[in-house]
Each structure stands twice: as C-alpha cells, then as structure tokens.
Design a protein around this ligand. Structure first.
Ligand SMILES: NC(=O)c1ccc[n+]([C@@H]2O[C@H](COP(=O)([O-])OP(=O)(O)OC[C@H]3O[C@@H](n4cnc5c(N)ncnc54)[C@H](O)[C@@H]3O)[C@@H](O)[C@H]2O)c1
Length: 286
C-alpha cells in the first residue's frame, strides 16, 4: 500500500470516477469536521449534498442540526442508505476501522485524516480488501506535515534514509509514556524522549502517529523510517522536520505549526489539508 503525490492510495478495482452531484458525509464533527462543514457550506453554489455521522452518544446533536441544517446519522448502515459518494473522516483512529472500512466496502470513496491508523498492517490489509470489494478509492491527506509529494517521487530513484524529528513543548507530552520517564515540568533543555522506528513510535506515541505514518507511507515504510521525538522548552509550537537522502539528492523540510483555534492539539494545517482534498475532489466532479 502506498500513497502517491497527492496522497492517494491506488484504486481497488476499476470504477467510474465520481461525476455530477457529490453526496459528502463528514465522519466526526469535532474541531476539524465542523471546520470542513463550514468551509463547504461557504462555497454556496457548488452542487453537493452534505450530511454527517456522529457518535450515538454525541451531546451536541441538536446544536449541530441548528448550526449546519444537515442530516445527522449515528450508524454506518443508515448512512449507507443516504447514498454518499464521499466520506470525509475527521473522527480519530478507531473510526477508520469502524466506519471508513465498511464504507469503502460499499463502494464509497473516502478521505482520511487519521493517517496514523494505517500504522497497523492489519488495518492496511482490511482497507485494501474493502477497496477491492467496493471498487472504491481512499485518499490520505498530508495533514500536519509537508513534502509528502517530493518524498513519494524521490523513492522512484531509491531512498537511502528518511528521518522524522518532532519537537513539542515539554507539557505537550503529558499523558504520553514520556511523562513517567522524564520530569517534564522541570525540563530546561531539549531532551530526546523517543528514538526508534516509525512502527515503534506509532505504538508508543499514537497521538503522534498521524505525521509519522504519512512520512512512512510516502517514503521507506514503517520499519525503515527513523523517528526522533523531543521535548523542547525552547519551542511553543509543534515543530516537524523531515530529512531524506537518496539518488534524487537531499531533502529537508521543517514546519512550525499553529494549533487549530478550536482544538489546540490539532495543527491548523491538518484541517486545511482536508479542506484542500475535498475542494480538489469537488473541482474534478463538476
Ligand atoms: N493527519 C494529521 O496530521 C492529523 C493532525 C491532527 C489530527 N488528526 C486526526 O484528526 C482527528 C480529528 O481531529 P479534531 O481536532 O477534529 O478532533 P476532535 O476531538 O475535536 O473531534 C473528533 C470528533 O470525532 C468524534 N468521533 C470519534 N469517533 C467517532 C466515530 N466512530 N464516529 C463518529 N464520530 C466520532 C468525536 O466525538 C469528536 O466529536 C484526530 O482524532 C486525529 O486522528 C490528524
């Protein structure tokens, strides 16, 4: 399984590309889902229908209905009956298996932002199988990271090494395994809290897995991508660096991401990347 220059997984089986009126289902209406819904509704004249899938116990269903005026579903079967052409996952790793896989199996294309879920080889296999059965198509967005297109192209000539380094303020690591190994509150200099493969880091630091998985899938895979994570009192934003060496030459990229106003744990760029992917799709379907 790979991602291409625009983060697209290969099609399962041949299927006509979506044309005409898109029926878009947003999965998860947290900070990112609401942002995508708002951006889509601001388009105004573009011909598409919108609905969303939220958890059965979601507390704010009435408020969602008032704000967006769209149909709200609580289970996948009911959503399938609405005949979506595209599902946009903004819900988290578990939702990829619970929701995206069955939708792909029903022939519904999907855009996924919780790319870290694909660090599980088992889930990647399930996705492949579902795409084959449904003849559907999965797009993975680059999310909080950049340079994925260059990394993906560079592997055509052979990549010798890919290294990802993530830096966050020490308090951002509270709740991760680093909390039991380091005194995050008293930390006064940049400290390596993890050094290993993308596969290990996804297991131990799943909250960071979205970025490391995007890098691993585009480049040399989970076992050969080297990940270093640092608690750095000198930064006040999440900093992502990717360094790759291969026949193409040498790539270095560094992002300092601002948080999404409605969720400080999500990079604003990640929300923008999903908006961009949905807009691209709409551009090609009208
Ligand atoms: N690719 C990246 O770089 C990147 C960056 C940041 C976040 N993300 C992913 O995006 C996801 C969403 O981010 P956010 O800031 O909107 O989070 P959020 O916590 O604000 O919103 C997530 C929403 O999804 C809902 N949800 C959870 N499971 C669901 C399910 N099975 N079905 C329907 N709804 C469900 C939750 O109730 C919540 O309302 C994150 O969980 C993370 O996996 C990816």
């Amino acid at each position: 399984m790979t991602i291409s220059a625009h983060g697209r997984l290969p099609r399962g089986t041949a299927k006509e590309s979506a044309v005409g009126r898109e029926r878009i289902a947003i999965i998860g209406m947290g900070a990112m889902g609401r942002r995508v819904a708002t951006a889509l509704q601001a388009l105004g004249t573009t011909p598409f229908e919108l609905c969303c899938l939220v958890r059965a116990d979601a507390p704010d269903t009435d408020q969602l209905k008032r704000t967006f005026g769209i149909e709200i579903f609580h289970d996948v079967d009911a959503l399938v009956g609405w005949h979506p052409t595209l599902a946009v996952e903004c819900a988290g790793h578990a939702a990829v298996e619970e929701t995206v896989v069955p939708l792909l199996g029903h022939g519904i294309d999907a855009i996924v932002v919780s790319v870290g879920a694909l660090s599980s080889p088992f889930l990647r296999e399930m996705i492949d199988d579902a795409m084959k059965v449904g003849g559907s198509h999965l797009t993975l967005v680059s999310g909080a990271i950049g340079g994925i297109d260059a990394l993906h192209a560079a592997r055509m000539g052979g990549l010798d090494s890919v290294r990802y380094t993530g830096r966050k303020p020490p308090k951002a690591w509270i709740g991760s395994p680093a909390e039991t190994q380091f005194d995050l509150v008293a930390m006064d200099k940049p400290t390596v809290i993890f050094d290993g493969t993308a596969s290990e880091s996804a297991r131990l630091y799943p909250r960071n897995a979205n970025v490391t998985a995007a890098v691993a899938l585009a480049g040399v895979g989970f076992e050969r991508t080297i990940v270093t994570m640092m608690a750095d009192p000198g930064v006040d934003r999440n900093v992502h660096e990717v360094e790759a060496v291969g026949a193409f030459g040498h790539l270095t990229i560094r992002l300092e991401n601002n948080p999404l106003p409605d969720n400080p744990r999500t990079s604003w760029l990640a929300a923008m990347s999903i908006e961009d992917a949905v807009f691209r799709r709409l551009e090609h379907s009208i």
